[in-house]
Design a protein around this ligand. Sequence first.
Ligand code: SF4
Length: 329
Amino acid sequence: MGEDKVLLRVENLKMWHAMRRGLFGGVVYVRAVDGVTFSLAPGEAVSVVGESGSGKTTLGKTILRLHEPTDGKLIFKGRDITHTPEKELMWFKRETGLVQQDPYGAMPSFMTIYRILEEPLIIHKVGTKEERSEMIFKALEEVRLTPVEDFAFKYPHMLSGGQLQRVAIARALILKPSLVVADEPVSMLDASVRVEILTLMRELQEKRGISFIYITHDLSTTRYFSEWIFIMYAGHIVERARTKALLQNPLHPYTRALLAAIPDPDPENRKRFREVPPGEPPSLVNPPPGCRFAPRCPYATERCRREEPPEFEVEPDHFVKCWLYVGAR
Ligand code: SF4
């Protein structure tokens, strides 16, 4: 991808959480994100898929600079923001938004919806009072909370989970950001409203040309949402490809295990993907050398247990971190 087409460049990004062991123990590091590299073009949507504890939420928050990276680089619109102090990041905060998993936990319960939407505009000194009012009503309309007057002066507890997640989307988009991270935005909602919320996010993403990072444990929801899928396991991206290529031709044994978990009426697919036994990911405190998937992998060799595989580009735009594809590089 040419540098002029890059909105976000993530280079060998690491985010290790410090953790104290026992009352008198020393500090250990949980390697939640451990060497992640990719680029995102303006207007592109990517799904980051992985099970709980894979590091996907930490990756999203580190990209938004809600965590300080331990190592690596974050380049946004050509500017290195890896270690920029918080007070110099106002421009970046205005360019980015976050939609969290639990809309009730993410909203101040004592504020009306109007005030919740007005707050980012006030912080970033956007518009006059009248202009802000116009923007708030327009934002509510865009997320289809109509008639807007019925919703604007309610408090969060007066709305359903689906309605409140629409408010969260409106808040994330109100400053017209270039990049939004949506972290499991539908996993706490009723199944009946999940598709509606995902469809709404996709529509707004396409209409406004926003780059989206959609974080989920559910591979089945990514098909219609993103141009790219990244599969995360134990702090690494183990496979990344265009959505269609990844779903039609999954290469990493872990991606195949995830696909096997999706009910598929095609018996050929079921046979093809059901290869990996269920199991726990390795500890991220001093993980053993080699491939982190080796304890569960039916193809693991001595080399896999000894050396961490690099990322191989098996076909254009299809990368996999697995020794099975060593000849592809
Ligand atoms: Fe399995 Fe080896 Fe590939 Fe890891 S590198 S996924 S252990 S074959």
